[in-house]
Write a protein of this length. Sequence first.
Length: 235
Amino acid sequence: MFTGIVQGVATVAAITDRPGLRSFTLGFPKGFCEGLEIGASVSCDGVCLTVTRLRGTDHADFDVMLQSLNLTTLGALTEGSPLNVERAARDGAEIGGHPLSGHIDFKASVASIRQPENNHVLRIAVPPQWMRYIFAKGYIAINGASLTVAEADRKACWFEVWLIPETLRMTTFADKGVGAELNIEIERSTQVFVDTVRDAIDERLGPLLPALEKLLAAQGQSVDDLARPPAQLPG
């Protein structure tokens, strides 16, 4: 498990391709590898990877399956690419963000960037089927960083996050331009709640569901709004 608090930026030092596998050698910030062991988990741009070899005091190897390369942004990495990294949380560790599994749900892309004074706003385009789990004021993990959704537009399929200077300093987000792909892990308890409510609605309403959807649409809402977790309902 990870906390979503990025601990530094690593760099791809080398890439080795083998049948069905790609190995990355990553160079880490000073002190990051202290106590790191083979078999340990590290979040690399939000993807949970296992240490397969230690190289000196600040480099380590990780093997990545082809499926993970295809489903995440790791397949596009080249030598010199930077990544957000976090060591696995220890028992009793403070959860500064929210609990993350390191299992990516989908890739999204940067649709636009705004830069109000001392802020950096990313608008992120999302595949439509995933918007049901994204709500304003809810948590989301982007490239391994726990962030709060500032705004979300379900019809246009985007959400926004606001990044402060410290977040930009500690992560790779300052280097992401329009069109850049991002790894997204949705907040798991939100997914469970939404899916449970939707299943209950489908089961109870059955053939009446299309009529309800039509009625809600006329009011600018959807069944997904009914499945919004209570903590994220407008006050």
